[in-house]
Ligand binder design. Structure first.
Ligand code: ADP
Length: 189
């Protein structure tokens, strides 16, 4: 699954984001920045203690990371150059700004990547694991937020990838991305 927005290729992959080679991979962290399960646990296990040490420093300096914000660290032993840590919204039924917060997660990460000159970025499916966000809605929001940002910044990125862990999630993101690409008349293949 691949589409193009401006100069950026947007792709989906099935797999483990910790093995992905990109300028930056995104961690679906929690506000404490002290590690957790899911993607967070996998990144710290495979990336080694350097990443957690930097997260601890950031948390000590600025307190808990609010949902929707993002910070960056190095990537320890991972293939990526940087890890962008963002905190997704916990799903509480949809009336507590969950959609807006999820949009901000994607935009904060892309803004940070742009500032750091990181041209290839890989996302997991933020909030759809332990945080319980319904996948259909999360996929529409995620793809809409990223495609919208790329239209605003058409030359800032070479490649944006979602690395998705389950086939079901992959299928839902593929449908969401196709729908958006068709709607915006981006080139699809
Ligand atoms: P959140 O707390 O934001 O919901 P999770 O890490 O619990 O984050 O889950 C987010 C999504 O990432 C889920 O779809 C989960 O299956 C998936 N996931 C878990 N481990 C990995 C991994 N190593 N690589 C890519 N995706 C993963």
């Amino acid at each position: 699954m691949r589409s193009t927005v401006g100069k950026t290729t947007v792709t989906l992959e099935l797999g483990d984001i910790t093995g992905h080679k990109a300028d930056a991979i995104v961690n679906a962290a929690n506000s404490s920045l002290l590690g957790g399960g899911g993607v967070d646990g996998a990144i710290h296990r495979r990336g080694g203690p350097d990443i957690l040490a930097q997260c601890r420093d950031i948390a000590a300096n600025q307190g808990p990371l609010p949902p929707g914000d993002a910070v960056s660290t190095n990537a320890g032993k991972l293939l990526a150059r940087r890890v962008l840590h963002t905190v997704g919204p916990i799903w509480r039924g949809g009336d507590e700004d969950e959609p807006e917060t999820l949009v901000r997660c994607y935009r904060s990460c892309l803004e940070l990547a742009r500032q750091e000159g990181l041209r290839t970025v890989a996302f997991p499916s933020i909030s759809t694991g332990a945080y319980g966000y319904p996948i259909d809605q999360a996929a529409q929001i995620a793809t809409g937020a990223v495609v919208g940002f790329l239209h605003e910044h058409p030359a800032s990125f070479d490649r944006i990838t979602w690395v998705l862990f389950e086939e079901k999630t992959f299928g839902v993101y593929a449908s969401a991305l196709s729908a958006i690409s068709a709607g915006k008349r981006s080139s699809d293949s």
